[in-house]
Ligand binder design. Structure first.
Ligand SMILES: Cc1cc2nc3c(=O)[nH]c(=O)nc-3n(C[C@H](O)[C@H](O)[C@H](O)COP(=O)(O)OP(=O)(O)OC[C@H]3O[C@@H](n4cnc5c(N)ncnc54)[C@H](O)[C@@H]3O)c2cc1C
Length: 398
């Protein structure tokens, strides 16, 4: 196993880093200020589209998609260092069209969509013309155990009629469609009950109740509470065969989880860099903060943890590429726990090192913290991953 990036990847990485320095970092603040000035937390500044057009024009576009027909055709291992770079800024994934949940939706549309679905729903996403959301989690039941989902899609002629209550449908405000997980056959075996159905957000009966405020923030496309009230869509909007919702969800989560980890490392590296620069320049009692052993401990421990997390991420990516998602599921679970926890530790040390500046929104660290904390829950809480990791290990020695 060799984790040295290929020449092709190194070239893209250099291009990406240049673009980040020139266009992304300097535009973070203007972008946030434009949203604030508009008075609408869901406002999308025109600058975002301008930067996306620039990125697309030089090929920094859809790098996440291993499918060479629709995307860059990179392996997970090749994509890892690039995804990490894009994780360094909260605005970067939208600029490079690598934003969750669009990425996961594009992957499953590319893999399971009919030619018609690809034309209608996938192509505009690939072109960055629209956004989408993924609607599975429900407030009334534990979504860590999705066999309990209650949203129903009942067949009526050539349509499905959907009724249910979802929340934490990220990015629903401004999205063109949602991919909804709904029970199509309640009598089937638990993992064959549900299907994924594409629901246009302008369909009658698709009602956004609110963007749930998360740690004081409800911006972007929101983490939305949604009611599906006799929402009627054609049967042709179902993705894959009836009852294949769980199978498709699994296919979606493998690469999606590892992408989150790569971006998480990018956030942590940027915070680490800010911490080190601050420790070098902030003076107290006649010397830089970095002379204090407390601070050196934060820096040394962070460096060690970050490099361990990166190696495990690269190993999981390599195993996915060489042995398939199924055989890499233990490593995917492990990294899904390790990366957000390491990131939280590094962010916490960076916040402490920066003092009041650390908790302010004048650096991206506070926003990263909110994001990384959520990642210990989203795409499977830590405890669920640890449970399956332990079960597999126990089985080996039974
Ligand atoms: C910021 C954010 C964005 C999200 N975006 C989306 C999205 O776009 N679309 C979507 O459908 N969902 C989304 N989610 C929802 C996310 O996937 C769920 O929150 C997650 O699956 C957990 O489900 P739950 O919230 O119902 O918690 P529950 O299932 O009620 O679990 C609560 C807690 O119980 C513990 N627990 C659960 N299972 C076990 C177990 N087996 N053993 C021990 N302890 C356990 C864990 O600590 C867990 O955090 C998002 C969540 C967040 C925070």
């Amino acid at each position: 196993m060799d984790f040295e990036p290929s020449e092709k990847v190194k070239q893209i990485q250099t291009q990406l880093e240049r673009f980040m320095d020139e266009f992304v970092y300097p535009n973070e603040r203007p972008m946030f200020e434009a949203v604030e000035k508009s008075g609408d937390p869901h406002h999308e500044p025109p600058l975002l589209r301008e930067l996306a057009q620039k990125a697309r024009a030089i090929g920094l576009w859809n790098l996440f998609l291993p499918d060479a027909e629709h995307g860059a055709g990179l392996t997970n291992l090749e994509y890892a260092p690039l995804c990490e770079v894009m994780g360094r800024s909260p605005i970067a994934p939208r600029i490079f069209n690598c934003n969750a949940p669009d990425t996961g939706n594009m992957e499953i549309l590319a893999q399971f969509g009919t030619p018609e679905q690809k034309k209608l729903w996938l192509q505009p996403l690939l072109d960055g013309e629209t956004r989408s959301c993924f609607s599975m989690t429900e407030p009334e039941v534990s979504s860590a155990d999705p066999t309990q989902l209650q949203t129903r899609a009942v067949r009526d002629g050539d349509d499905y009629v959907i009724n249910g209550h979802k929340w934490f449908t990220s990015g629903a405000i401004g999205a063109r469609f949602a991919i909804v997980m709904a029970v199509t056959d309640p009598k089937a075996a638990p993992h064959e009950r549900a299907s994924m159905i594409i629901v246009p957000t302008d369909a009658r009966g698709f009602d956004i109740v609110r963007a749930v405020s998360v740690m004081g923030h409800a911006g972007g496309g929101g983490h939305c509470e949604i009611r599906y009230d006799d929402c009627r869509v054609p049967v042709a909007n179902r993705l894959g065969p009836e009852g294949s919702g769980f199978m498709i969800a699994q296919a979606r989560l493998g690469p999606g989880r590892i992408h989150h980890c790569m971006r998480t490392l990018g956030m942590a590296e940027r915070a680490f860099e800010i911490m080190c620069r601050h420790a070098n320049t902030r003076k107290l009692q006649g010397s830089p903060l970095g002379d204090k052993q407390f601070v050196q401990e934060w820096i040394a421990t962070s460096r060690m943890e970050l490099d361990q997390a990166r190696l495990l991420t690269l190993y999981a990516a390599w195993k996915m590429d060489t042995q398939g998602k199924h055989r890499a599921r233990q490593e995917i679970s492990m990294i899904k726990v390790v990366a957000p926890n390491v990131c939280m530790q590094v962010l916490d040390r960076a916040i402490q090192c920066l003092g009041a500046l650390g908790v302010s929104d004048d650096t991206p660290i506070a926003a990263f913290w909110r994001n990384a904390r959520s990642l210990r829950i989203a795409d499977g809480p830590d405890e669920v991953h640890k449970m399956v990791i332990a079960r597999r290990e126990l089985k080996r020695f039974a």
